[in-house]
Design a protein around this ligand. Structure first.
Ligand code: ZN
Ligand code: ZN
Length: 360
């Protein structure tokens, strides 16, 4: 049985009684529980056993990867689920309230009712999975480190590539090619590469805009490796910078370092956000409107959030981004983003790329 399924059994299923099971069907949570990526399948965990159900397209590959769960090759998913639950004495099954479509929920209810099995849709399973996924195991942290390493190497590589005359799209493509050549399975998300006045678009799409002397170039990138997502932003300057650009850069960097310094276990997440926000707002009111950070893992945005109103307490094993920025419409924008792992007595910044102001 995978560590994740064992944790789910121990921390959730065991508390639901002897007749309860969990059924996980979303791709993200299936991958989290089994380490196997597929477009179709289901993880069923009963008090007696764990099963991974999939069709013939994936069954052979699944048997090579999935350990501890019986791989069941299905023809009709819901009938097989019902039969397995009946065989294991299940009367209630918890499903993913937040990730199922209405149709899937309806079909489960209709199919399982034939054996008198009740579908539990209250969101309890979603909460349990979120809680598990929020605290990364050492193996998961290692995967994130390796994904981040490719991302860091891509940044080093791109410094020699960026120059006035290149377009944002060319830079984004070069970053992606580099990461894939280094073994990345893909990219964590569509890269953001914005320059000059486009820099104020904090989630801007790389365009054919040509990078010019005096531009800031902001690159928000990340490699996907072993199913885990890296996430990093760096802003560099081309040719020269104005006093205002330099001042804004120093301020964002100062706010990020202060926030990272404040990360330790037992702190409400909103307090970390506030450390950076107060520094930025003192000089640039209204120029930092997104939250400071988010968890990363098998999805690019996970729990927790370093955000106003997030009362969740930080805990060792959380991996969260710290990404303050300043966005000045019609002028420029910048952001600096690292990933930190919360440790027993503070945090470790797993992003290695330099972040002093680089002028290419
Ligand atoms: Zn990012
Ligand atoms: Zn991010």
């Amino acid at each position: 049985m995978s560590t994740a399924i064992a944790r789910l059994k121990e921390e959730f299923l065991r508390k639901q009684g002897e007749d309860a099971a969990v059924l996980v069907t979303s791709p993200e949570n299936r991958f989290y529980l089994t380490g196997f990526l597929s477009s179709a399948g289901a993880v069923l965990v009963t008090p007696k056993k764990a099963y991974f159900l999939t069709d013939f397209r994936y069954a052979e590959a699944a048997r090579r990867v999935v350990s501890g769960s019986e791989v069941v090759c299905i023809k009709k998913m819901n009938d097989t689920l019902r039969e397995l639950m009946e065989q294991d004495g299940v009367r209630r099954v918890f499903v993913e309230f937040e990730r199922l479509t209405l149709k899937q929920a309806h079909d489960f209810e209709e199919a399982f009712a034939k054996s008198g099995i009740q579908v539990e849709k209250g969101g309890a399973l979603d909460g349990a999975l979120q809680e598990l996924r929020t605290i990364k195991t050492p193996e998961e942290i290692q995967k994130l480190r390796e994904a981040q390493k490719i991302t860091d190497d891509a940044f080093t590589h791109i410094l020699d590539y960026i120059r006035a005359g290149r377009t944002e799209r060319e830079v984004a493509l070069e970053l992606e090619f580099f990461m894939r050549r280094q073994g990345a399975e893909g990219v964590s998300f569509d890269f953001i590469v914005v320059s000059g006045k486009n820099g104020s678009l904090c989630h801007g799409v790389p365009s054919d805009k040509v990078i010019e002397d005096g531009d800031f170039v902001t690159m928000d990138t990340g490699a996907l490796l072993h199913g885990y997502h890296a996430d990093m932003t760096r802003t560099v300057a081309v040719g020269h910078v104005s006093d205002e650009q330099r001042h804004a850069y120093d301020l964002v960097l100062r706010s990020q370092l202060a926030a990272i310094d404040a990360v330790k276990p037992g702190v409400p997440c909103e307090d970390i956000d506030k450390v950076a926000r107060d520094i930025l707002e003192a000089e640039y009111k209204g120029a930092f409107e997104h939250s400071l950070g988010h968890g990363v893992g098998v999805e690019i945005h996970e729990w927790p959030r370093f955000a106003m109103g997030c009362k969740t307490l930080t805990q060792p094993g959380m991996v969260v981004s710290v990404e303050p920025g300043i966005y000045l419409e019609g002028k420029f924008g910048l952001r600096i983003e690292d990933l930190v792992v919360i440790t027993e007595d503070g945090c470790e910044d797993i992003t290695q790329s330099r972040k002093d102001l680089i002028i290419l």
